[in-house]
Every structure is written in C-alpha cells, then in structure tokens.
Design a protein around this ligand. Sequence first.
Ligand SMILES: [Zn+2]
Length: 386
Amino acid sequence: MPSPEAILADLVAFPTVSSEPVTAIADRIATRCEDAGMRVERYETSPGKCNLVCSAGPRAQENRDGVILSGHMDVVPVIGQPWTSDPFTLTRRGDNLHGRGSCDMKAFIAAILHALPSLPLKRLKNELVLAFTHDEETGCHGSRALVERLAEEGRPVPRACLIGEPTSLTIFRMHPGHSAAQIVCLGKAAHSSKPDLGRSAIALAGRVLIALETVAEDWSRRPAARPGDAALLDRPFVVLNVGMIRGGSAINIVPDHCTIEIGFRPLPGMDVEELMDEIRGRVAEVAHALHRKDDVQVTLQRVTPAMLTPEGTALEGLLRGFARSPKPLAASFATDGGNLERLGVQTLVFGPGSIDVAHQADEYVPIAELHRAVNVVEAVVGGRCA
Ligand SMILES: [Zn+2]
C-alpha cells in the first residue's frame, strides 16, 4: 500500500477547484475503495459533479451504530495567491507537506484510503460509510444534494459521522450555519447632468447598507436562545457580513441598478426565515421612508445549516485520546455536517492540519498529523464498526 504521503500527493495532483469537475478524483477514490472490497455508489448532481458513497459491512437499518467518515473533494482557487511552489504538486518542506487541499481536506481522505486495506472490512458488525462530496467550499452544495437523494431513497445511514476538516486535531461539535442573501436596488437611469429625472439605485443602496449595519449591531447584542451551547462560540450571536456590492455603469449615468450580497451565520436552532424577515423589514422601512418601496428586492439565495451534536457521544469518546484538548469546542466555519443533520446524523469535526493555513498560499499539513489521522480512522472504525 502506498504511504499516506504518496496517496495525498496523488489526490493533490487533481486540481479540483470548485469550478472544475470532480469526476476524475472521484473515480480514483472509487477505485481504491473497490479494490479494498467496498460497495461504491456514485450520485451525479450535474455533469462533472458527483458525490461518492462507499460502504462496507451490514447495511444500516434499525442498527445505526456504525460510522460515516466524510470529506469534500473540492478545493478553493489558487488564482492571485503568492504560492512558492506548484500548488498541485505536493511539496515537502521540513516536517510539512504543502499543496492546495493538503490540509483542507485531502489529508483526511488520504488517511482513510491508506487505512482501508488494514481494516477488517469483511468482518464488520456495523456499517462503515465513506461519503465524499463536491462543492463544499462554495456552500455545501454536494452534501445538500446527497442528503436529498438518500432521504428520497429512504436509506438509513449510521448515526455518527466524522468529518476530517482541518481542526489541528481539536474536536468541534457545533458550528453556525451560513446563509447568503441578495438585495437588489433598482432606480431609473438618466443623464447625470439632470439627476432629478432619474432615481439612483446606488444612493438607495447606501441607505440599505446603513440599515444592514443596524441589523448586525442588534444581532451582536442579542443573547443566544441556547446559551449553554452558544457559549462554545467566540461570537455567540449571528454575525452578518456585506460581502459584495455591484452597481452603476458609468459616472455620467444615474445608476438604475445596484446589487448587495450579504452572508450571515445563524446559530443552531435558529430559523433562517425569521432572520430574513428582520432583514426584509428593516430594508422595507428604509425604502418606504424614501417612497421607493418597489425599488428593493431581498432574496434568500442559499442556506448551509448550522450543526449541533450533543456533548459526550460515543464517537467523541473514541476521538478524545487523539485530541489536543479533551473538551469539544465550536468551529466558526460551516461544514457538510449541517446538511447531514437532516438524516439524523450527529457529526463531529476533527482532522489533521490547521484552518489557519487553509485557503491560503502554501497551505500545508504537518506530516505527523497526517499519520495521526490514519490512527484516528483505524480507531474510529474499530470502535464503531468492528
Ligand atoms: Zn474544508
């Protein structure tokens, strides 16, 4: 069996930036799983995009005591980043392996694939499911589609799930969700020498931005409904970010359009629609005051759900011996675990590499953590399935 480093190098060489297909890397992973004797199912979402479910042991039915090990196959782009070596050639420097996806999160996938041949797959008591997803980085689209398909099929899956996102081997049992909304401000174009003949979409957007700031401020002061769990978060409230704004077409035209894109991060248990209603209400007040009610449209674009797993699960017990600190914490970033909750799955996020170097130039995973991840996979499968 190739070393974990060799498998990781092979996976990193697939430039699976989210805008690109994942079918080639999915084929490679599928082959390794088939060679190890696993069942392999491909769930195509759109041309070039698929999720992969590989499984071994008796199918989960009433018995859902097995485990899901999950990782996303896509990576963030490298364009414009100051890489000092080819991002898609795994490069060793000192005790670290550099390359796009080395920590986020192909190291965990490499650890799984390396461990497979040594696992007692033919003698498992409970089902082992490997779920490899696409387009996690752009909003967990792959896992959402996969969860819908599995729910339609009525396919039970193991209750416990480990997602090996880079956490520097810290256990996370919770994270906020991430929702995206678009606010379109409209106006009426006119020659800029006669602005009174038009209505500026950008001027309206300016007022909307101020209203959004007050929403963010209100949210930051509002105590969480579940203070016990939220206390795990650095920011135990809904954060809101105005991420993008586009408007106008020339300096001598009164602009007739301006689009604002925002993201906000609901805590577990919060209703995204209720938060959207607050945004809609505040924006409508502004528009109403300007007699421009019909000039604003607020649309929810995308929802990545929050995740909350109770403290003290059996999987947590298996991970504790490998963890940096015994107490599970909360991640600030969203994962596929939020979507998996719909299937009654309790996810813990725990993996090699640090989120602090993910998504950046010269991203890396420490070799020692890659090897530790192999032991984690063996211990988790042994503890849950054997
Ligand atoms: Zn990731």
